[in-house]
Design a protein around this ligand. Structure first.
Ligand SMILES: [Zn+2]
Ligand SMILES: [Zn+2]
Length: 194
């Protein structure tokens, strides 16, 4: 199986929109040294039409990835739904245009040869581009204890990690005393007074 759009009918009927739905299971891949898995099939729904320079293909990519949280390292499901638009031109991609097309977020120009267009590689590229730089299992993930390594989302550990450093208190006094100098950056220091 592949995500192939047949061009013959589109070629014969300029202006006609061909609708398609693909559902396929993708294999895992490496991303920034982490293995990314698919928690479910990749669903691609969209349309294609003949345009002046080739074929315009657009649609939605819907799937769920399994990512690793950058704070607590546990894996979590990351639902994904994104729109894409690709103009496919017949021919061979030039070396410099490839770099350009990779940088585009929502629109790209791609090249194909032969009878049909296989959009699978581009679909995968769009998925990869939508992975956050630092994935988080949840917005307020507490991360791991730097001392014992316990996942703090599952409960507190016994480490005295949160005992305050006396130097920190001294700094707080300074901040409180010197409001005139204080910028907005000191706000969170003031707020955590215990
Ligand atoms: Zn986490
Ligand atoms: Zn600990």
């Amino acid at each position: 199986m592949a995500m192939v759009i047949e061009t013959e009918e589109l070629e014969r009927n300029p202006g006609k929109v061909l609708e398609f739905t693909f559902e396929e299971s993708f294999g895992s891949f490496e991303y920034k040294g982490e293995s990314v898995e698919f928690a479910e099939d990749v669903l691609v729904k969209g349309g294609a039409v003949r345009v002046k320079d080739g074929f315009m293909v657009w649609g939605d990519i819907i799937t769920t990835l399994r990512l690793h949280c950058s704070r607590c390292l546990s894996s979590f499901d990351f639902p994904l739904e994104l729109e894409f638009e690709i103009e496919y031109r017949r021919g061979v991609e030039e070396a410099h245009s490839k770099e350009r097309s990779l940088k585009e977020d929502d629109f790209r120009i791609s090249y194909f040869s032969g009878e049909n267009i296989d959009i699978e590689d581009d679909v995968k590229q769009f998925i990869i581009l939508s992975i956050p730089m630092k994935p988080l299992c949840k917005e307020d993930c507490k991360g791991l204890c730097p001392i014992c390594g316990k996942n703090l989302n599952e409960g507190e550990c016994k480490c005295s990690r949160e005992a305050e450093d006396p130097r920190w208190n001294a700094l707080k006094e300074l901040v409180k005393g010197g409001v005139g100098n204080g910028g907005s950056k000191e706000k969170d220091v003031e707020g955590s007074e215990g």
